[in-house]
Write a protein that binds this ligand. Structure first.
Ligand code: CLF
Ligand code: SF4
Length: 421
């Protein structure tokens, strides 16, 4: 890919960084790695193709993550991954919601990393609704690669794609919502490109909805000075309004890309990756770098901890390892102790709420029942827990700790976390 930035010193810097950006440069994607930091769980738009509720480790699509991090945890994760993956060149924030809907968290995350590393390239992906508000801050922060998803220029088509948009506290629906989103997207894109930011446009091709209209979108964003467009197939996410739509085939995608290539360069190597993706684009290592794996080495010595008694509910298949997902547990082992000594005080049975995707919605009631059944506990120690369950526990002041080692080490770790709170 050739770069078209203005000929300033700064643009030379962007050119160099872009050569090592695996999404912006087709050549770089075999050599350089990116990591996504999932620090932005909320979104201000509801696209009919999106469902962020599922966080199955086997699913790879935008919006899916196995963990949501605070900016401090994100820094920790960055340092860990940087140490292990030499080719890491890009840190991106791509949700699992919208990077700008959670601007404070996104900004803090980039600032934390900037303070310890000046080489890495920052990248963010957004629906564009808040670009007019934050475009200048994005530039000041040094983010030179921004992706905006623009699916249509026509509000009538937009009304079929977006269920609603929430802007400045007001919820908009239908054509009005699509008009507002489009206006902000176009204004934000132009603002960024005029200031040398390399803007990539993602377009989800939804057959029967926007497919015939995509060349017009591409022409328009070209006029606005974008760098590349990325036409992606619809992945019918379970539980989304478009779940029964058929997935657009790569043949159809490539035919459309070939038409649009005449206007602007096309990205053809996108992996539609998870919000916590790590590694080369075609070699996701996100599960290896889950924070619960990092924490094993960092268990603090129990001697240093306060002598408070804690009650901790553990999910474990056989009682030795923390090896069960929160949603799969039909029984919690309740431990009580101070960090040095723990004893089992109860085996508490509950009705598990996760029986797979099909029945996921009907699991809400069971989930609430489980959370109520754990009200007397300070923490849940579990191999993995979904974002929504975590949030619900948090509201009851029950701390969730993800861990993947022995129950004993996990209990010590959980207490160290509780003592630090
Ligand atoms: Fe991430 Fe996106 Fe930045 Fe890349 S992904 S924020 S530009 S660092 Fe890349 Fe993944 Fe495709 Fe995105 S392969 S989904 S295009
Ligand atoms: Fe999902 Fe992104 Fe659409 Fe928000 S903007 S609903 S996170 S696809």
């Amino acid at each position: 890919m050739s770069c078209v930035c203005p000929g300033t010193t700064k643009s030379q810097e962007i050119i160099e960084k872009t050569k090592k950006h695996p999404c912006y440069s087709a050549e770089a994607h075999h050599t350089y790695a990116r990591m996504h930091l999932p620090v932005a769980p909320q979104c201000n738009v509801q696209c009919n193709y999106c469902n962020r509720k599922f966080d199955c480790v086997n699913e790879s699509r935008p919006g899916v993550t196995s963990e949501v991090l605070t900016p401090d945890q994100a820094l920790d994760k960055f340092e860990w991954v940087k140490e292990k993956i030499d080719q890491l060149s890009v840190v991106g924030i791509a949700g699992p919601g919208d990077a700008l809907a959670e601007w404070k968290l996104t900004k803090q995350t980039f600032e934390n990393i900037k303070a310890v590393n000046s080489d890495v390239t920052f990248c963010l992906s957004t629906n564009g609704l808040l670009l007019p508000e934050y475009a200048e801050e994005i530039i000041q922060l040094g983010v030179q690669h921004v992706t905006v998803t623009v699916n249509t220029l026509d509000p009538e088509i937009g009304a079929k794609i977006y269920k609603f948009v929430v802007y400045k506290g007001i919820r908009y629906e239908g054509v009005e919502a699509a008009k507002l989103l489009l206006k902000n997207q176009l204004a934000g894109i132009e603002y960024l490109t005029k200031r040398g930011v390399l803007v990539k446009i993602n377009i989800v091709m939804i057959k029967g909805i926007n497919d015939h209209h995509i060349p017009a979108v591409v022409k328009k964003v070209k006029e606005l000075g974008v760098f590349v467009t990325n036409i992606m197939p619809l992945i019918p996410a379970p539980g989304s309004a478009f779940e029964h739509f058929s997935q657009t085939s790569m043949k159809e995608i490539n035919e459309l890309r070939n038409v649009c290539q005449l206007d602007i360069q096309q990205m053809r190597h996108c992996q539609q990756c998870r919000a916590d993706a790590i590694g080369l684009l075609n070699e996701d290592r996100s599960q290896e770098f889950r924070m619960c794996n990092r924490q094993t080495a960092e268990v603090k010595t129990a001697q240093n901890l306060k002598k408070k008694q804690y009650k901790i509910a553990v999910t474990s298949k056989y009682g030795k390892l923390v090896d069960q997902h929160f949603g799969h547990a039909s029984k919690f082992i309740i431990y009580q102790g101070d960090g040095q000594d723990f004893k089992i005080v109860e085996n508490r049975s509950v009705e598990k709420f996760c029986s797979g995707m099909e029945e996921c919605d009907s699991g809400e009631v069971q989930r609430d029942n489980i959370i109520n059944a754990l009200q007397d506990c300070d923490a849940v120690l579990t191999m993995r827990i979904g974002h929504h369950a975590k949030e619900r526990l948090n509201k009851k002041e029950i701390y969730s700790v993800e861990y993947c080692d022995t129950v004993n080490n996990g209990l010590q770790y959980a207490v160290s976390q509780l003592a630090d709170r």
